[in-house]
Ligand binder design. Structure first.
Ligand code: KIV
Ligand code: ZN
Length: 384
């Protein structure tokens, strides 16, 4: 692997599917897994096999279906979870077990009701047990975002020594600031022996809207795997959005970070996930929202019509969007109106445009958006 390549670990089918109302059946999951493989993700987290027979079956079927991608099953640091995940992953050509335990004071005291030393014992035992089944074992230090860095480094050191190959440092509660999260990754990189043999991974939730920024800060500080989901779905306010982190790395080549993702498939993949899960994408969602390439104010429209990159930093074709949209509203100017008429085959003179513009404003004040049909009616009115 190129040292600047960031592995994309997609957890749409696990963290994403945990969202209320997003449940999928095995067949739907297989369709999405195939699409994720076409998209170029490196790892598919296919489910949590011990959680239900349906999830077990989905992980096994996805393992049978995909070819080159690593298929990962989630477990707690519980022996039976690991046994069941290993069984579900028998079909996979490249299986990975993802095991872990809470490491913040809050998780240790109130959720797990144990001691820091016992956490380390359980983490090591889980990694060793997973290692008895598969070579590729990822360890997650749950709630690492709120954990003390020194203790976190002790846990990570112990699981590195036990054979973990990937170290996931989740900001489970979406608490960290980008600088803080980046520093956490750097601290581990600098204070854990042998960590350079492993891949450090980000897994950032979006409770404060910082999931994407934190993931990028992690990658800037040495993480070489980003865990994310299509459309940013995931527990509560969601997970890191795959399309956002991928396009940030592409739009900022000076970061020196690359991925295997075929960005032209981003919109299609977003639609597939949204339709399968019945989870609409907010129109203003970056990259894949309906308005991501729509321009409605006169000032912006005038610029984009003259030259697209005055108001667009991404060529829509690069993410699979046909073209930018010039939306006609009461805020639109003459340039946008002339442009839309031209697209319908009407080349208006300046005088014609001036005449029709007043009528357009009148219609636009009554409606949210002026459609092609309204423009055609206006032309018929002019001809009559
Ligand atoms: O958010 C989280 O900490 C998780 C782990 C199970 C990886 O989803
Ligand atoms: Zn998560």
């Amino acid at each position: 692997m190129n040292t600047n390549q960031v592995q994309i670990f997609d957890t749409t089918l696990r963290d994403g599917e945990q969202v209320p109302g997003c449940k999928l059946d095995t067949q739907q999951k297989i369709v999405i897994a195939r699409q994720l493989e076409r998209l170029g993700v490196d790892v598919i987290e296919a489910g949590f096999p011990v959680s239900s027979p349906g999830d077990f079956k989905s992980v096994a079927e996805i393992g049978r279906t995909v070819k080159d991608v690593i298929v990962c099953g989630l477990t707690r640091a519980v022996m039976n979870d690991i046994d069941v995940a290993a069984e579900a992953l028998q079909t996979a050509r490249r299986p990975r077990i993802h095991t872990g335990i809470g490491v913040s004071d809050s998780h240790i005291q109130y959720k797990l009701r144990t001691t820091p030393d016992k956490i380390i014992e359980r983490a090591v035992a889980a990694v060793k047990h997973a290692k008895s089944y598969v070579e590729d074992v990822e360890f997650y230090a749950e709630d690492a975002g709120r954990a003390d860095n020194e203790f976190l480094a002790r846990v990570v050191q112990a699981v590195v020594d036990a054979g973990a190959t990937v170290l996931n440092i989740p900001d489970t509660t979406g608490y960290c600031l980008p600088q803080e999260y980046g520093d956490k990754i750097a601290y581990l990189r600098d204070n854990v022996n042998g960590i350079h043999k492993c891949i450090l991974s980000t897994h950032c939730h979006n409770d404060l809207g910082l999931a994407t920024a934190n993931s990028i800060a992690g990658a800037q500080n040495g993480a070489r795997q980003i865990e994310c989901t299509i459309n940013g779905i995931g527990e509560r306010a969601g997970n890191t959005s795959l399309e956002e982190v991928v396009m940030i790395m592409r739009q900022h080549p000076h970061l020196g970070l690359t991925t295997n993702i075929n960005s032209k498939l981003l919109l299609e993949t977003s639609h597939l996930v949204s339709e399968s899960m019945g989870m609409m994408v907010q129109p203003n969602k970056a990259i894949v929202g309906d308005n991501a390439f729509a321009h409605s104010s006169g000032i912006h429209q005038d610029g984009v019509i003259k030259r697209r990159d005055t108001y667009e930093i991404i060529d829509p074709a690069e993410v699979g969007v046909d073209q930018s949209k010039i939306v006609l509203t009461a805020r639109s100017g003459r340039a946008a109106l002339a442009y839309r008429f031209k697209n319908l085959g009407f080349n208006l003179t300046k005088v014609q445009l001036d005449n029709v513009y007043q009528e357009f404003l009148h219609i636009a004040d009554q409606k949210k958006e002026v459609e092609d049909a309204d423009l055609r009616d206006m032309m018929e009115g002019m001809a009559a």
